[in-house]
Write a protein that binds this ligand. Structure first.
Ligand code: XUL
Ligand code: MN
Length: 345
């Protein structure tokens, strides 16, 4: 079968201004139009959105306004020839999500989180995508005894069921992350996400999104997470980036910390035919804080370049020789063969 060309995507937040918990922005804010133009200029195919990236101040607007603004955005995107890949409800900014969104101890706050998620579905429908991404940012605890984790599983299932019932066409991709902002998240890995899917009313419409950095933060190999999700036919999106060990979520350019781990992710995507059903390769990467304005898109272009170079590396890997070494249980030679291949021989 002819190899599928990949399609690429990023979100407006990936052209970030450099603020961190210790300092203010270091680059000037840019309009959405500027970001869309930048995406087009560097030849990406789609943009991913939070609900309020698509409709700013969404909580202050009526349902009709939300739909109308989302429709206007869709026109802007289609004039630019750019697709909307997914929409994700931003459930971690509002004061009502301070103690978690779907798993807040306060029933009024849980109701807000569900309502906001249904509006996110309205936005997705107007933007022409059926994919809703749930990064469950605050669904966890700082203090273990502060919530009942057993009940929280029921809350998560209830919220997802409400979304599934609200629109029979949407698919929900859970993006797990083990920590940050929480000390401990309830859905830290792909195994947890897919197990949760089985408890919902329509497991076939609940899948996952793997982010490299999140898998590494959970102490896992992202390539194995990819194979696991694909074994269920449920890898519906991916956020490739990189992460140097167990620290804050770094969102480094793809391959920047560990080229071999990146190679294995690409190999896993290739062997599972990722992209054949229209899935995009998304880069959830950030510029280094030191980045000058004139180099503002380099992390995105570099990530795609590294990805495509690794696709070549995956396709030219001597599988026959690798199989012979595996048969001989000569894993030392296999190990070195991978290194030589990545180093260019
Ligand atoms: C957070 C993260 C988010 C999600 C979308 O770590 O990756 O940007 O991808 O909400
Ligand atoms: Mn992400």
């Amino acid at each position: 079968m002819k190899p599928q060309p990949y399609k690429f995507c990023f979100g407006p937040w990936n052209i970030s201004e450099g603020q961190d918990p210790y300092g203010p922005p270091v680059r000037p804010p840019q309009s959405f139009e500027w970001k869309l133009e930048a995406l087009k200029k560097i030849g990406f195919d789609a943009m991913m959105f939070h609900d309020d990236d698509a409709v700013p101040d969404i909580d202050q607007k009526t349902d009709a306004q939300v739909r109308q603004e989302a429709r206007a955005l869709r026109r802007k995107l289609s004039d630019a020839g750019i697709a909307a890949e997914m929409v994700a409800p931003r459930l971690w900014f509002d004061p009502r999500t301070i103690d978690g969104a779907y798993t807040s101890n306060d029933p009024k706050c849980r109701a807000y989180a569900i309502q906001r998620s249904l509006r996110c579905i309205d936005v997705a429908r107007e933007l022409g995508t059926d994919l809703i991404v749930l990064w469950l940012a605050r669904e966890g605890t700082y203090v273990r005894e502060s919530k009942n984790a057993r009940r929280c599983v029921d809350y998560l299932v209830e919220a997802i069921n409400r979304m599934l019932a609200y629109d029979r066409k949407i698919r929900i991709a859970i993006e797990p992350k083990p920590n940050e902002p929480m000390d401990q998240a309830y859905i830290p890995t792909i195994g947890h996400a897919l197990a949760l899917a089985q408890l919902t009313d329509d497991p076939d419409r609940v899948g996952c999104l793997i982010e490299t950095a999140h898998a590494i933060l959970a102490g896992l190999d992202p390539a194995d997470e990819i194979d696991f999700a694909c074994a269920f036919g449920k890898l519906w999106s991916i956020h490739l980036n990189d992460q140097n060990g167990l620290k804050f979520d770094q969102d480094k350019p793809f391959g920047s910390a560990n080229l071999r781990v990146a190679f294995n992710q690409v190999r896993a995507l290739e062997r599972n035919g990722y992209g054949r059903k229209g899935e995009y390769v998304c880069f959830d990467v950030h510029p280094f804080r030191t980045t000058k304005v004139e180099h503002w898109l380099a992390h995105l272009e570099n990530s795609r370049r590294t990805f495509l170079r690794l696709v070549e590396k995956a396709r030219t890997f001597d599988e026959k020789q690798a199989r012979a070494l595996i048969r001989d249980r000569n894993y030392a030679a296999l190990d070195q063969m991978v290194l030589e291949h990545l180093m260019g021989r």
